[in-house]
Every structure is written in C-alpha cells, then in structure tokens.
Design a protein around this ligand. Structure first.
Ligand SMILES: NC(=O)c1ccc[n+]([C@@H]2O[C@H](COP(=O)([O-])OP(=O)(O)OC[C@H]3O[C@@H](n4cnc5c(N)ncnc54)[C@H](OP(=O)(O)O)[C@@H]3O)[C@@H](O)[C@H]2O)c1
Length: 366
C-alpha cells in the first residue's frame, strides 16, 4: 500500500459520516506504522471527536513515529473540539499526509505551518480532487455562510414534471426515488414552494433506513399552507420552517410546531437571497431544492443554486399544458442560458441522473 491507497481508505472512512456531520466537514483519518494500519477514525457527527482524535483513540499500539493520513487539513483552533494539531504533536506523529486544504479562515494553512514548525514532515494535495469533492457543501458554507443549494427534479424525456392534469407520482422508478431519500439524509434541509404543497401535500421526509430527516423549508409568501397539510401536521416531529413576508397569521402554524421566518419581499415573493442568509445563520449548510417550476426559476434567477440534478425518465407525457421543471419568465436568448459544468450522467435503474455545477463564472448572485 502507498500514500494513495491509505488516503483512499481515509476517504472511505470519511464517507461514513455523510448526513451526520453538518455543518462540519466529513473527515477520515488513518494511522500507519511500519507499513501497518494501527488506527482508523472518522468524524461521526457535529460536536463529536474529530477524525484524528478518533484514530488516536483506536490505535492498537503507540502512534509515536507513525504517519497520519487525513482527508482534510487538521484544525489548529479551539472550536467545538480542541485543536487536532496539538493531539498530533502529543502522539509523536512524524509525518502527516493531507488531502484538502481547510478553507476555514481560522485554519487555512495555519495547521500545516504549525506542524512543520514543530518538526513534523507534511505532505499536501494527495487525492485532493476526491477529498475536495467530498466536502463541496462544507467548502461553500464556510466561505459564504450560506447553504449549498442543489436543485433536484424528476422529469420525463419530453421535459414534463407532471401530466396535463398535474399528476406527478411517479415519474421515476424506485431506485431513483431511493437515491433522492439518500440525498434528503445527506443535505441539511429540503425546500419547496407552497404550490407543491397545495398540489401534492408532500411529507418531504427521509424514508432511507437509518436516515435523518432534513429540516423542511416551505416558501410561502402569504402563509397559504393548509393547517391540515401533512407538513403542518408533522411539524412537531420534523423541524419545519415556513418562509413568508407577513407574519400576521403565524400563530396557528407556530402552535402546530412550525418556525415562521418573516422576510423581506422581492418581486412579490419571499426574498430567496435573504432566506439563504437566515438559513445559513441557523447552521443549515445545505438545501435540496425540490420545488416546482415557479420556485426553481426564481432560485436560479436569484443565483442561490450551486448544483442541478435532473432525473430523466425514459418516458413521454406530452401535453402543452403539462408543467416543466423550470418555469418563470426564462431567458430571452440561448446565450443567456444557465450553464452547468463538470457534468456527469449515471444510470439509476431505468432512469438517468444528469447533474452538474452551476457555472458561477457566468451566474453570480444577483
Ligand atoms: N417532478 C418533480 O420533480 C416535481 C417537484 C416538485 C413539484 N412538482 C410539481 O410542480 C407542480 C407545482 O408547481 P409550482 O410551480 O406551483 O410549485 P412551487 O414552485 O413549489 O411553488 C410555487 C409557489 O412558491 C411560492 N413562492 C414563495 N417564494 C417564492 C419565490 N421567491 N419565487 C417564486 N415562488 C415563490 C409562490 O407562491 P406565494 O408567493 O404565494 O408564496 C409560488 O406560487 C405540482 O404539479 C407538483 O406536482 C414536480
């Protein structure tokens, strides 16, 4: 085994924290001495031990003189946990191999300089691309203090998200729908517009075994969400935020367990940019946007979307009045299109998932 193999193992360990560490990063660590793995660890959940300390605690022999492989630069500041750089020195580690740099301004290279200054050999950038990709949410959140937004929709091959009668269950097959539940576990919140609540009365919970429910966020300018909707009726069990512009009618929603955010208005609706600031301040680092076409367009237009996931079912609905995933006014010219980069296509059961990052060089925040 070489550096790349051990870092791959650290990445696999980090993955185990997916869905539980937010708003912290996923991190994995492996300690190797004389060609043997003597300790493994990962960050289990926010507030818990960091991966490095987990690995030290799991060591089967003294880590003095060993190499530590860690997917993210070790922290050197007091946060929810004491600095890992101190634990590394105390353990007598002689070499540290790192995947990603920590963009947190409190860390940013300082951890590595500190280790070098204390005689530890440090190597950086090993499997950096994979390590960076693991924490796209964390990197975005720590830099912007706003959630990483993934716009997700399921459509037919002719671009419809419902039939002409508005029926939309189901467009994709079971495997694709399972994948969506994994993402509801992975991202901190799920967001939809009141139009989707009125049309489908969804629960928006995570039905993955052992999964965690995301916070539900409903964009509802005038508080039209029915009090007997599934969302409101389950608000005591599943955290729920209603975003509106006038809180005069908030009392019955709050009595039912919902949190009501009263926000400024923009173009006649909730201001999505301010909503993202409020969610970020509430430590919501990521949002899976599962809106209808109206909210999807507004979200794209206001520049809050980082990633688009289109589940495409190999079937056709037809119908000039059947809805499409992105509505609103739309752009005037093809050159003004929202463009994606780093796109991938994955077959999931009978369906296809086409996803990519919104090219922010072209589309910044409005
Ligand atoms: N296949 C899929 O992936 C999928 C996913 C979701 C929905 N759907 C389908 O989509 C249809 C519903 O579409 P929809 O467009 O009405 O739903 P939507 O986009 O979820 O909700 C639209 C409503 O959100 C509210 N809203 C609050 N803030 C907004 C803002 N800043 N910008 C825009 N809207 C804002 C608006 O009403 P107020 O201003 O009054 O609050 C607006 O009418 C249903 O047929 C549903 O089945 C399909």
């Amino acid at each position: 085994m070489n550096d790349l193999d051990y870092m791959r193992l650290a990445l696999e360990l980090a993955e185990r924290g997916r869905g539980w560490t937010n708003p912290n990063p996923m991190v994995g660590a492996v300690i190797v001495k004389d060609g043997r793995v003597i300790g493994e660890g990962y960050h289990h959940r926010c507030g818990g031990l960091h991966a490095e300390r987990e690995a030290f605690a799991a060591c089967t022999e003294s880590p003095a003189g060993a190499t530590l492989y860690v997917t993210l630069e070790p922290c050197c500041h007091h946060g929810r946990q004491p600095p890992c750089t101190e634990a590394i020195l105390e353990a007598g580690i002689s070499r540290v191999v790192v995947g990603s740099w920590d963009p947190n301004p409190l860390v940013a290279g300082k951890g590595l300089s500190f280790l070098r200054a204390h005689g530890v050999e440090v190597e950086t950038g090993v499997l950096q691309e994979a390590c960076d990709a693991l924490n796209d949410v964390f990197f975005h959140y720590i830099r912007t203090k706003r959630p990483y937004v993934v716009m997700k929709y399921a459509m037919t091959l002719d671009g419809k998200i419902a039939t002409r009668t508005g029926a939309s269950q189901w467009i994709t097959g079971e495997s694709a729908r399972e994948r969506v539940h994994q993402d509801r576990h992975r991202y901190a919140a799920v967001m939809a517009g009141v139009g989707t609540v009125l049309a489908d009365d969804p629960l928006l919970t995570c039905r993955m075994e052992g999964g965690r429910n995301p916070v539900r966020v409903i964009c509802d300018t005038h508080l039209r969400t029915p009090l007997d909707s599934q969302i409101v009726r389950t608000a005591r069990e599943v955290p729920t935020i209603l975003a509106c512009t006038d809180g005069a009618r908030r009392a019955p929603y709050e009595a039912a367990g919902c949190r009501v955010f009263v926000l400024p208005e923009r173009d006649g609706h909730v201001d999505l940019s301010v909503l993202m600031e409020r969610l970020g301040a509430a430590e919501i680092d990521s949002v899976l946007l599962e809106g209808g076409g109206t909210l999807n367009w507004a979200a794209l237009e206001s520049g809050i979307v980082q990633r688009v996931q289109a589940y495409i079912a190999p079937k056709l609905f037809g119908g000039k009045d059947a809805k499409s995933p992105v509505a609103g006014l739309g752009v005037e010219l093809p050159a003004q299109a929202v463009k994606l980069k780093n796109t991938t296509v994955t077959q999931i059961g009978e369906d296809f998932l086409l996803e990519g990052e919104v090219d922010t060089d072209v589309h910044g925040n409005r």
